[in-house]
Design a protein. Structure first.
Lengths: 498, 156
């Protein structure tokens, strides 16, 4: 492990990679602060740029964007009660009341320290958990992988949309359908290409991500007439107050951080859960841990109430890298985008990544520490300045997002068919989002489609066409039991509400 | 009887899945693969059935509350304008070249979104695209087809 850490440090501490972390954190913070534009949009816009770098640098850049977006989201939650991303909704419960009491600077400082500590502690967990889990996951066979992918898709569908399980599952199937367009990987037989040469290589992953996130997000903002930059304008005008914490506040923050880090990390590792659930869970748990007197302060500007979700959502971000790096199966929509980008580099994350590409495996983990330090430097003193950059009117912001989306895909293929296909998918995605059809399951399914078919193919060929492989191995059966439990729980909760 | 929009979308998804299933059955596999436990059309066939099953459930199961979108408050006009401008951009990018088509795309997008500060609009279109092209073409050595600039002798 020491050797791996040194390899990681060597890669992560190169000038280029440090620059990438800084750029990623900065860009991510900006996008994360804009309500409606989350980490997936930020990463989607970054993908065409990452293809110009080596895989390690590309992944480091994307990881920086991810943390930055989660960090940035907390700023708009605290200052104007408009969470940039769902993972920072719980931050606003106590962060915004603190800001209203004239302690905006302190609230930002608590959020920054908690995020830093949560992310760093979770990165330490990841450092130990990932190699051990990689070794365990070597025991996984095709049926287990297939079952794990079914579990991942079901879990993401269950968690990504409250009460919209069927809609989310439909989106997952749509994602798998889109992934099946193009030549079959084994036999090269064209499927669903309708004699169109442009479709023979399949639909580009970047195209689907750009269309369903960046472009449809921009169209949604126009459609609803919202102005995401209004948040930034409010921030720059606001009096922040002191950012220094007193002894009591420091003590409270320090008490909350360890337990929320553990909760955040564990929830982050679970497929489908992610930072939103982690932050809510940590907030609720923290309320049970504190004294009765402190409990009363929750929702009115409690230090514990602010530190808990902020620690947990960053810890969950680090945790979500565990299934991606060890099993090659993303646990969230954001890590699914990263998996897609890695596959684009020709790298298959999974248990063997640890051995075949140690520089990628370790440099990503090491860059997390560097990223956390950079975010701490960025978030505290620079927030008012970042906010000023952000006060770009939407009349300029939206065309820029559309320009980067179209140019990004054009530069990858130099094919206008891809531009039209992207516009078409973006229009359909905008319509679907209007009726609350979630997009993360579609992206996850699109990324996993090829792998899922491959593992099902192997499993069925080994078992000579019989579906006995689903319960032949105890591991496969256990994973499928979890899947059935999730589906049953969804069915039960929907019947209960009726 | 009023049918909710979500049910209509689900019905469309059902039709799409049925069409997908039909097309999956039409996939020509090699003759030696026809009776194999798994061939190029196996997975798509499962997907087609899964899509139809889920869509049917969504159509048949009663809804907790009918989610309707208030279309009167949505700005469809601007979205349609933007989509048309993007299509126009896609049509011209290869023929006219990156510089002119992108600059016009940005300029038109700013205008249709309600921006009227012409100096800013011009700065963030032509000079902005020129700088972007310089970064791509000059610094990163990424080829950008531009017949117009080539004709003018600006790029090689």
């Amino acid at each position: 492990m020491i050797e791996g850490i040194l390899i990681g440090l060597n890669t992560a501490l190169s000038l280029k990679n440090i620059l990438m972390v800084v750029m990623g954190c900065f860009f991510g913070t900006i996008i994360g602060m804009l309500p409606g534009l989350g980490p997936m949009t930020a990463i989607a816009l970054m993908i065409p740029i990452t293809y110009g770098f080596d895989p390690a640098t590309g992944l480091i850049l994307m990881a920086g964007v991810y943390y930055g977006a989660v960090f940035g989201g907390s700023t708009s939650s605290i200052l104007i009660n408009a969470p940039g991303i769902p993972g920072t909704v719980a931050t606003s419960f106590d962060g915004y009341p603190m800001a209203q009491q004239g302690k905006a600077g302190k609230a930002l400082a608590i959020a920054a320290y908690s995020s830093f500590a949560g992310g760093t502690i979770a990165a330490i967990f990841l450092l130990f958990a990932a190699p051990s889990l990689s070794k365990v996951s070597l025991a996984f066979r095709s049926p287990d992988y297939f079952a794990l992918m079914v579990l991942g898709l079901t879990a993401v569908a269950a968690f990504s949309s409250k009460g919209q399980f069927l809609k989310a599952m439909m989106m997952a199937v749509l994602g798998l359908m889109l992934a099946s367009v193009g030549q079959d990987t084994l036999s090269d037989i064209p499927r669903f290409v309708f004699n169109n040469m442009n479709l023979s290589d399949g639909i580009s992953f970047v195209l689907v991500v750009m269309a369903t996130f960046a472009m449809s997000e921009a169209l949604m903002i126009i459609l609803k007439g919202t102005d995401p930059s209004s948040a930034a304008k409010a921030i720059s005008l606001k009096e922040l107050g002191s950012i220094k914490l007193d002894k009591e506040e420091t003590k409270k923050t320090l008490k909350t951080i360890p337990r929320s880090s553990i909760i955040g990390f564990i929830v982050g590792v679970l497929p489908g859960a992610g930072s939103t659930i982690a932050s809510f869970l940590a907030y609720g748990m923290e309320r049970n841990f504190v004294s009765k007197e402190e409990k009363e302060k929750f929702g009115k500007g409690s230090v514990h109430g602010l530190a808990a979700p902020e620690t947990a959502n960053n810890a969950a971000c680090s945790g979500s890298f565990v299934p991606l790096l060890t099993l090659g199966i993303p646990g969230s929509g954001t890590t699914a985008v990263m998996l897609g980008a890695l596959l684009g580099f020709g790298i298959q994350p999974g248990p063997r990544l640890y051995m075949t590409n140690p520089e990628i495996f370790w440099s990503v983990i090491m860059s997390m520490y560097i990223g956390m330090v950079i975010l701490l430097i960025l978030n505290l003193p620079l927030i008012p300045y970042i906010a000023r950059i952000l006060a770009v009117p939407r009349t300029f912001l939206i065309p820029m997002i559309l320009f980067f989306s179209v140019t990004g895909i054009y530069l990858m293929s130099f094919n206008t068919f891809d531009i039209f296909l992207m516009i078409g998918i973006a229009v359909v995605a905008t319509g679907l989002r209007l009726y609350k059809f979630p997009m993360p399951p579609l992206i996850l399914a699109f990324v996993l489609g090829g792998l899922m078919e491959e593992n099902l193919r192997r499993s069925l060929l080994i078992s000579d066409g019989s579906f006995n492989f689903l319960w032949d191995r105890p591991l496969t059966a256990i994973i499928l039991v979890f899947t059935i439990l999730i589906v049953s729980w969804q069915a039960y909760s929907s019947l209960k509400t009726k | 009887m009023k049918i909710s929009s979500v049910k209509i979308i689900s019905l469309l998804f059902f039709v799409l899945s049925a069409f997908y299933l039909y097309t999956a059955h039409q996939i020509q596999v090699f003759s030696f693969d026809e009776n194999a436990p798994f061939n190029a059309k196996t997975f798509p066939i499962y997907l087609g059935y899964a899509g139809m099953f889920l869509a049917a459930l969504k159509i048949l199961l009663p809804e907790k509350s009918i989610e309707e979108v208030n279309h009167n408050v949505l700005d469809y006009k601007k979205v349609i304008y933007l989509v048309i401008i993007m299509i126009f951009y896609g049509l011209t990018i290869l023929r006219v070249g990156f510089f002119l088509s992108t600059s016009i795309f940005l300029l038109l997008s700013y205008y249709f979104l309600g921006e009227r500060r012409w100096i800013l609009m011009l700065i963030f279109s032509f000079p902005f695209v020129a700088l972007f092209m310089f970064l791509l073409h000059g610094a990163l050595n990424i080829y950008l087809r531009d017949p117009l600039l080539k004709y003018l002798g600006i790029i090689g």
